[in-house]
Design a protein around this ligand. Structure first.
Ligand code: HEM
Length: 126
């Protein structure tokens, strides 16, 4: 399916449940949890949710509030190697299952997450 149609299937609610399940796991994670702003979990949740809504064909609140995504630049301050990339993907995959992402959009989301998470790597590794 076209990426711009994913929002029609997920809706605001689907993305909200996905990101909420994801951050519940991130908060408890020993490797990537400590990287996130401890006093602003709600803000972090809102930014990821709004970004995904925008990216997959929904309202562009993320752009209104944060401007151009420039995700690599926004992640430059965090040390992201293979281990961090893989953990992020592992927690997101579990969140997709738990929040019951509909089968017809799961592949679109999975491919996107894997590409972007790999692109966020910013420490030299083979
Ligand atoms: C598919 C992969 C990823 C996507 C789509 C994504 C998306 C985002 C977005 C939209 C933000 C908010 C940026 C802002 O507006 O300020 C963010 C923040 C952040 N991301 Fe990622 N990210 C990805 C991968 C990763 C990975 C692999 C890590 C490694 C642990 C990571 C760690 C963080 C941290 C620590 C923040 C700061 C929390 C905040 O204040 O928003 N991200 N990410």
């Amino acid at each position: 399916m076209e990426e711009s149609q994913v929002f029609d299937v997920m809706g605001e609610d689907g993305f909200a449940r996905l990101v909420s399940a994801f951050y519940q796991k991130v908060r408890q994670d020993d490797l990537i949890g400590p990287m996130y702003p401890d006093q602003d979990w709600e803000g972090a949740e809102q930014r990821l949710r709004d970004f995904l809504v925008y990216r997959f064909g929904g309202p562009d609140r993320y752009i209104q509030q944060q401007g151009h995504p420039r995700l690599r630049m926004r992640h430059a301050g965090f040390k992201i190697g293979i281990a961090e990339r893989d953990r992020w993907i592992e927690l997101m995959s579990a969140a997709m299952k738990e929040s019951e992402v509909p089968k017809e959009v799961a592949l679109n989301l999975r491919v996107f997450f894997e590409q972007v998470a790999d692109f966020m790597r910013n420490v030299p590794e083979n």
